[in-house]
Design a protein around this ligand. Structure first.
Ligand code: MIC
Length: 641
């Protein structure tokens, strides 16, 4: 039986288990990527493992998130990252050299490689036929230590693309259409693999846009074949030697199929506050807007910038609109400058920001109170932009540009514009002036740590009998932004657990942290897809620090589930979803961890209601053992002692 592209990539990296659907498999990740927001914790974890050098083929640390230097915290993190990466053999980029996913695509990702990153959008690398997987920092640290990364062998969904994108309806609309169809949970435990004649009409960054936002479906990853178009991209990036062809076998077998005729795609928009809340732009056209953000890891390529500039050419941003552009990399910025495009955008009234992830998660450029913000990024969760009352809409660069001119949500096809043509340059400008190469060998120079970089908290093993109070009961699709807030006020304290813990669940219930601390041992009750979104491990670590011992949910998002295991919180799943109703905030629950075994039904006691509720564990026995000893770092210490 032939193999899909995804199976070929997994097979090439497989070091443990058999590639059968649902099986637990271990893969060797040849490359890692981190960024400053998740990376500080990742390198503290790697340091705690006691190794002197990384064991990967390549590891890169990008400084592309916490860029505003309002006080010492972010610059201290940057300095720490530069010091520690130099010691351990990791390439580091200086602040604001570009967005990690765009930069990794340009300089390092290769077809056939496996890349694990402490950011859910690491899946961007699927655009060149690499296996990019997002994970919590501790899993990335493990990969740097040469340990396999374990996942459930996902199902493979064949996404057949036919036709061609219509004028002014760009690649972002493909993934918005997929989100409209399958929702923010439709991809869990799946890989979205793109095939069909439409693939040949898409260039690498268009493919990367589609893969990138596949993270919003919950998919393990997304992948395109590596073909002639990919080869041309590598040639233009001056690394043709890194290219290999990877195509699916003719008789490859897929688990499900989604068909998209791109010629029939509409301009789409995701309404607040979820990326799958998708409707045609014309349904909401005319709504007045306050802000436009161009850029973000989904849409900050050269093609995106050129499209925006073409639409704005000779026009100005509406007087009521504040518009800002974040180019994805120095390459994108330099190419745009070479073509005079940045001058034109400035003359149109667009603010030219630094090259970083920027406003997507609220590191500056927050909207005003109740503001309407149109963004080309991948996420619009409540509060993520830094302003809780704001409404964020996700759109393509073309919709964003047309709307910026009109001051109202606008389908660019209603502006009478000519279609946009884009050819990748024969040779991109290559600029590595902000890349820091690590020392050849481990050196003993001390690593400079600012006072905000606190040691990793230590957790005790879970006792056999756990009693706790239901601290909060939440509905479906609770995101990591609900659990640990984004925004310029909170992101600089991510590596200071006692501080960030004060804001756990702030977006839903400001009293959570205080209550949790008083109670000392707590349980969270949740609906489906708990922990959707980011890989940020603080969404597990900080609740654990506050005494949360278990989360009982209808289902979990993949990365967050792994983070719960890593930090010693027991994830449990309702056997009968209607039992969700049997819990209220304040109920006292007891669990007997000694009875927790893989595949064995398990009883949770709700003492306040005198009920016994059947639940199951989504974990393997190995993972259960890790949780019981208080998390992965404890488990490593025990294993190595
Ligand atoms: C974050 O705030 O944690 C990030 C970096 O912005 C994440 C990363 C991720 O997706 O894993 C996010 O986009 O929410």
């Amino acid at each position: 039986m032939g193999l899909t592209v995804a199976e070929k990539l997994i097979n090439a990296a497989l070091v443990d288990g058999e590639m059968k659907k649902g099986n637990r498999i271990g893969i060797r990740m040849s490359q890692t990527l981190t960024h400053d927001l998740t990376g500080v914790m990742t390198y503290l974890e790697f340091e705690a493992m006691g190794l002197k050098r990384v064991k990967t083929d390549l590891s890169v640390s990008y400084i592309d998130h916490n860029i505003l230097q309002a006080d010492f915290k972010n610059p201290d993190d940057h300095r720490f990252l530069m010091d520690i990466t130099n010691k351990f053999g990791i390439i580091c980029t200086k602040p604001a050299s570009g967005i990690c996913h765009q930069l990794h695509l340009e300089r390092f990702a290769k077809p056939g490689t496996s890349i694990i990153g402490s950011d859910s959008h690491t899946v961007n690398a699927g655009g060149v036929g690499a296996l990019g997987i997002g994970a919590g920092g501790l899993d990335v640290a493990m990969a740097m230590a040469g340990e396999p990364f374990y996942i459930k062998m996902p199902e493979i969904t064949k996404v057949v693309l036919t036709g061609e994108l219509p004028p002014l309806v760009s690649a972002k609309n493909v993934i918005l259409e997929i989100l409209r169809r399958i929702s923010v949970k439709g991809g869990i435990n799946c890989i979205l693999e793109y095939t069909g004649p439409g693939v040949a009409t898409l260039n690498v960054t268009e493919r990367a846009t589609i893969c990138n936002m596949g993270a919003e479906t919950g998919a393990t990853t997304s992948v395109f074949p590596s073909d002639e178009i990919t080869r041309q991209w590598f040639k233009a990036q001056g690394r043709e030697q890194d290219w290999v062809a990877i195509l699916p076998d003719e008789d490859a077998v897929y688990d499900s199929v989604i068909e998209i005729n791109m010629s029939e795609l509409d301009s789409l928009i995701a309404l607040p506050h979820q990326p799958d809340n998708v409707v045609p732009v014309r349904e909401v056209a005319g709504m007045a807007i306050d802000q436009v953000m161009f850029g973000g890891c989904t849409n900050s390529s050269l093609q995106d910038v050129l499209s925006i500039a073409k639409i704005l050419d000779g026009k100005t941003v509406h007087s009521n609109v504040d518009a800002a552009l974040y180019c994805g990399s120095r390459q994108v910025m330099l190419e745009s400058m070479r073509r005079g495009v940045i001058d034109n955008l400035m003359c149109s009234g667009v603010r030219i920001m630094e090259m970083f992830c920027g406003a997507c998660n609220g590191m500056g450029f927050a909207p005003p109170t109740n503001g309407i913000s149109l963004r080309t990024g991948p996420r619009n969760f409540i509060g993520r932009c830094g302003t809780e009352s704001a409404n964020v809409y996700l759109v393509s660069p073309e919709v964003a540009a047309a709307s910026a001119i009109r001051g109202r949500i606008t389908d660019p096809r209603d502006l009478g514009l000519a279609s946009l043509r884009y050819e990748i340059p024969a040779r991109f400008i290559i600029d590595e002036s902000m890349f820091l190469k690590p020392s050849e060998q481990y050196d003993d120079k001390p690593i400079r740590r600012g006072p905000n970089i606190r040691p990793l908290p230590e957790f005790e093993a879970l006792g056999e009998d756990i009693s706790g109070e239901v601290l909060i009961k939440v509905e479906d699709d609770i995101t990591t932004d609900h659990i640990v807030p984004a925004g310029a006020n909170f992101m600089p304290i991510r590596c200071n657990t006692p501080e960030i813990a004060k804001y756990v669940f702030k977006v839903i219930d400001e009293s959570f942290a205080e209550r949790a601390k008083k109670v000392g041992s707590g349980i969270v009750i949740a609906g489906h897809n708990y922990g959707q979104g980011s890989s940020r491990e603080q969404a597990a670590l900080a609740p654990r620090y506050l005494g949360v011992k278990a989360v009982i949910a209808k289902s979990f998002a993949r990365i967050h589930l792994a983070n719960l295991v890593n930090f010693g919180i027991i994830p449990l799943i309702f056997t009968d979803e209607s039992d969700f109703a049997a819990f209220e905030q304040g109920d006292v629950i007891s669990l007997d961890t000694a009875l927790l075994q893989e595949g064995t039904p398990y009883i949770v006691r709700n003492r306040s209601k005198n009920l016994e509720i059947k639940v199951g564990s989504p974990l393997s026995q190995d993972e259960l053992d890790i949780v019981k000893v208080g998390g992965r770092l404890n488990w490593i210490k025990i294993r190595n002692s």
